[in-house]
Design a binder for this molecule. Structure first.
Ligand code: ASP
Ligand code: MG
Length: 479
């Protein structure tokens, strides 16, 4: 039974791999049991089983091109993935048949949706959301039934009932006021009854009830939203790694898990390529002062990484403490340079340049400008470079003809290496150490930018030197 002093409300989100097999889901079961023993209210948010969202979206895309030949296979795979877990974790035959019947119904819905798409020969963002959200709609049914079967009173909830969004399909924005009202109205009575709700991650619905999604990887965000509006005391994101690491362990074998990291550091890391947490998760939680923790379903004893308020790490940096917390790389970028003497002192060149880039739907992770104002240089994803270059050439056709701009060009493939740490803000000489380190590893730095949040420094290097640069900078992380 719970202790008198039991903390109040815990939201736990389980990612695709955490619910992706019977072994994983059995672990989830134990984690939920432990959480229920320690917390008064526990709310779960689940992703689709790993691989399911991709399968749904790929099948819908194929259908849009008139190829529905794989649909029967896709349906079978969907059902089989869920069935194999149900077979092992739901002992009661009636319960198992009931949940599989619902999942089968959703899989049929999916086939119908794709058939309609293939007749029309196109998909819309709205249709894609209807398709993609089916993965979570299946997984919560399965997880709730597995919990029930283990004696944990549970109920699945489709987030369309409680997370109300605008109609920006595929990247919908929640209406926090409505979401707060709905979430409390629906979840609190269930919690009072001692039920553990299992809410679909990833999706919401418009006021009219049309399903939307929050963007790929958006289940973390769902947990952040629910944690903020309930409100919860803590949100724990259960995934398949121990937490946030100092670097990608595939590049740096001695990378370590960070016991804690600040909100602005993780925001920077999420932006610069570390895939552990959806970047939007953080904001509603920081604003509400709610604790966030990342933990490993496959290693639940590990304390994981705790998110702490900004300033806690760097402000009173002790001797020997880490200045740089983590190093990441974003690959497959190119640097675009616009250069010309005629740009000197001319206002609006940057604005026009970025408007042209934005018109291609490309976002820019890094910008630098020489103080001579004779060039602007920024990074874009490699695959966007043909369309960005042609948009820029069009936007500056006149200047190019008049030779005010001499050249607009893109480099070969490069990587952006980012060193993240609040210590970079408070400690003099960090940039110096970074460049010395890269210099002694004989790595040429093509461009530099200080992260706008002031807790990171990014360097652009040739793609062939990515690993070497990450390893060199990782040596600066003193544990
Ligand atoms: N299932 C969704 C995706 O794969 C959402 C999530 O897992 O966070 O993008
Ligand atoms: Mg994820």
């Amino acid at each position: 039974m719970q202790k008198e002093s039991a903390p109040q409300t815990l939201v736990m989100k389980f990612g695709g791999t955490s619910v992706g097999s019977s072994e994983a889901m059995a672990r989830v079961l134990q984690i939920v049991k432990d959480a229920r023993a320690g917390w008064r209210h526990v709310v779960l948010v689940a992703s689709a089983l790993s691989g399911v969202t991709n399968l749904l979206l790929e099948s819908a895309a194929a259908a849009a091109h008139g190829d529905s030949s794989q649909l029967p296979n896709a349906k079978q795979t969907l059902v089989a993935k869920h069935q194999s877990i149900a077979d092992i974790l739901i002992a009661d035959e009636t319960r198992r048949a009931a949940v599989m019947n619902e999942i089968d119904g959703l899989a049929r819905l999916f086939v119908e949706l794709c058939q309609a798409v293939s007749v029309l020969g196109e998909t819309t963002p709205r249709t894609l959301d209807a398709a993609a959200s089916l993965g979570e709609r299946m997984s919560v049914r399965l997880l709730a039934a597995v919990l029930e079967s283990a004696g944990i009173p549970s109920k699945y909830i489709e987030a369309g009932e409680i997370i109300i969004t605008d109609d920006h399909f595929q990247a919908a924005h929640p209406d926090f006021a409505l979401t707060t009202e709905r979430t409390r109205r629906i979840l609190l009575p269930l919690l009072e009854q001692g039920l553990t709700p299992v809410v679909t991650g990833f999706l919401g619905a418009t006021r009219e009830g049309i399903v939307t999604t929050l963007g790929r990887g958006g289940s973390d965000y769902s947990a952040g939203i629910l944690g903020a509006v309930l409100p919860a005391d803590e949100v724990w994101i259960w995934t398949d790694v121990d937490g946030i690491m100092t670097a990608d362990p595939r590049i740096v074998p001695d990378a370590q898990t960070l016991p804690q990291i600040s909100y602005s550091e993780i925001a920077e890391l999420a932006y610069f390529g570390a895939k552990v947490l959806h970047p939007k998760t953080i904001r509603p939680l920081v604003e509400a002062g709610i604790g966030l923790r990342i933990c490993n379903t496959f290693n639940p004893q590990h304390p994981g990484t705790r998110l702490v308020a900004n300033g806690k790490n760097g402000a009173k940096l002790q001797k020997g403490e880490q200045i740089i917390k983590a190093v990441t790389a974003i690959r497959q970028q190119r640097l675009v340079t616009i250069e010309g003497r005629g740009m000197l002192g001319v206002p609006g060149v940057a604005a026009r340049a970025f408007a042209a880039v934005a018109s291609t739907g490309t976002s820019v992770p890094l910008i630098t400008q020489a103080s001579s104002e004779q060039s602007i240089c920024f990074a874009i994803p490699s695959e966007a470079s043909p369309s960005v270059l042609s948009a820029l050439e069009k936007a500056f056709a006149l200047e190019l003809a008049q030779r005010d701009i001499d050249r607009i060009w893109a480099t070969e493939e490069v990587s952006i290496i980012t060193a993240v740490g609040e210590g970079t803000r408070y400690t003099p000489g960090v940039a110096g150490r970074i460049f010395t380190q890269l210099g002694s590893a004989e790595i040429n730095v093509l461009a530099v930018a200080h992260g706008s949040s002031d807790v990171s420094i990014s360097m652009v290097v040739n793609s062939a030197e990515t690993e070497k640069a990450v390893r060199a900078l990782h040596q600066l992380i003193i544990q």
